[in-house]
Write a protein that binds this ligand. Structure first.
Ligand code: UDP
Length: 472
């Protein structure tokens, strides 16, 4: 059985946020830090999930925890392991929580036995590391089965569910039924939006906390146009990087250099002036890369001169997502079947994941290079990619689902698609932004302001402090 591993978390002084927050926001953050130091003195706060890289949860922990450590709070991050079968089961649960049948297999008693077996061994290991007074924050279905053992051992356990649906269906309820025996035992259950809270849970144990992004990580820090071009060129996504070295700033402030290249499937190259629509996501059917490709080929190619980049992690590299490779193969087959004109305008990009910060810098550069950012998901917990794009003042076309609705105010800070499966609506929205740079600019500005006031780590940390403080 694979072991639990620890992800090293650096310390970042929260004072750094003063560069982007208002005085009022900064004062609230300082107050939360003061309270945290008092409440968490002598305690460790353990965050546990199932992958150190790839996907929104890893992204968020990597961005948020350094501030907690920088504020003097002993926050740590552990990653549990599992075998292929375990991650097949948890992916099945994940899809169901999003209301999708996934591989269509039932969640049966054998699955439960295996899920519990994998987690029981690890709960024992965790118990040896924790000390009385510690607080445990478990993330997502992969870790939910740890709750009873850790609660029985005396730790306050917060379970945070990052996925959900606005109107639950039978698939979602099947996943709840699988997880409820564990989740019911948690001291608090945290959902990204109120509508995601499950039936059958005590109302007073439910908390709602939206995710956040960090403006200073390699994923989001300010990059000028030349750096963007140099990074994309070194990654093999565009040509002729100019004279600027393809460097970026790592989390600890040291310089990094782009050393790896993306794997690109394309029939033409992206030029320096080519208008771009970009979707960055894991290769997952719920992100609807096929719909984006077909909507773009069918509705944008004949009308505007923009190109599409569909970018995701190099397949096989996201530990807890066994379906990525298959989903990518589907997109590649669909690209191969496109007419020649559309093929020349659509680019599939697999970004290397060997070094997460290098990968993040590539995503940052791609998002900044985009004229329009797309997130045409069929289901979405929150959609960090949307906040990332909005922070970069990019106009967004995204589905009116899940947490995306909390981020984008339709027509003001982006365009929401009422029906994510309607490819005509999708193509129309993309063209509207491509054809009206003033509208795109104004939406981008509103988007950035919206993230500043609602979706940065300061708000997020303060909410965590409040929840944890209630439990100790
Ligand atoms: N991401 C990345 N590299 C990739 C593809 C995605 O770093 O090649 C990141 C993306 O920038 C975002 C996260 O993965 O920070 C995805 O989070 P989101 O909430 O959008 O979706 P999830 O993957 O959690 O469903």
């Amino acid at each position: 059985m694979p072991d639990i591993s620890e992800v090293e978390v650096s310390a970042v002084d929260p004072q750094r946020l003063a560069a982007v927050l208002s005085d009022e926001q900064m004062a609230a953050l300082q107050a939360a830090i003061g309270e945290a130091r008092r409440v968490f003195e002598g305690r460790t706060i353990w965050n546990i999930n199932s992958t150190a890289k790839g996907g929104g949860v890893a992204e968020m922990l990597a961005a948020l925890l350094p501030y907690a450590r920088g504020a003097g709070i002993d926050t740590r991050w552990l990653v549990i392991g599992g075998d292929d079968e375990f991650f097949l089961i948890t992916k099945r649960i994940h899809n169901r929580l999003h209301g999708a049948p996934g591989d269509g297999e039932e969640l049966d008693d054998d699955d439960r036995r295996h899920y519990e077996e994998v987690l029981a061994a690890q709960a024992g290991e965790l118990n040896l590391q924790f000390r009385p007074g510690d607080i445990v924050i478990l993330h997502d279905p992969q870790t939910a089965g740890l709750i009873p053992a850790l609660v029985d051992a005396g730790y306050p356990v917060i379970w945070r569910c990052h996925v959900g649906m606005d109107t639950p269906n039978d698939d979602a309820r099947r996943a709840w039924n699988f997880l409820l025996p564990y989740v019911r035992r948690a001291s608090r259950c945290v959902f990204s939006r109120r509508a995601f809270a499950w039936e059958g849970l005590d109302a007073d144990r439910i908390a709602v906390v939206a995710p956040s992004i960090d403006p200073f990580t390699p994923k989001n820090y300010e990059m000028d146009g030349e750096s963007v071009h140099a990074i994309l060129s070194a990654a093999g996504i565009v040509d002729d990087g100019g004279r600027r070295a393809a460097t970026y700033t790592r989390v600890d402030g040291s310089p990094g250099r782009i050393q790896r290249r993306a794997t690109v499937t394309e029939a033409s190259r992206i030029g320096a002036e080519t208008p771009l629509a970009v979707q960055v996501s894991r290769w997952d059917r719920l992100k609807d890369p096929l719909g984006v490709l077909q909507g773009f080929a069918g509705g944008v190619v004949g009308r505007c001169d923009a190109h599409l980049v569909l970018a995701g992690p190099s397949v096989d590299e996201v530990a807890d997502d066994p379906e990525g490779a298959e989903a990518y193969r589907e997109v590649k087959r669909a690209w191969e079947a496109l007419a020649e004109a559309a093929q020349g305008r659509c680019h599939l990009v697999c970004l290397p994941m060997d070094d997460e910060e290098e990968n993040a810098a590539m995503v940052n550069a791609l998002q900044r290079r985009a004229d329009v950012i797309v997130q045409k998901s069929l289901a979405e917990g929150f959609g960090l990619t949307v906040a990332e794009a909005m922070w970069k003042a990019r106009p967004v076309v995204a589905s009116r689902i899940g947490g995306i609705q909390d981020q984008v105010e339709d027509g003001v800070s982006g365009i929401l698609l009422d029906d994510p499966r309607d490819l005509t609506e999708f193509a129309g929205a993309v063209c509207r932004l491509l054809e009206d740079p003033e509208l795109a600019r104004s939406m981008g500005e509103h988007a950035r302001a919206r993230v500043r006031s609602n979706f940065l780590g300061s708000r997020h940390l303060a909410q965590y402090v409040g929840i944890c403080a209630e439990l100790v």
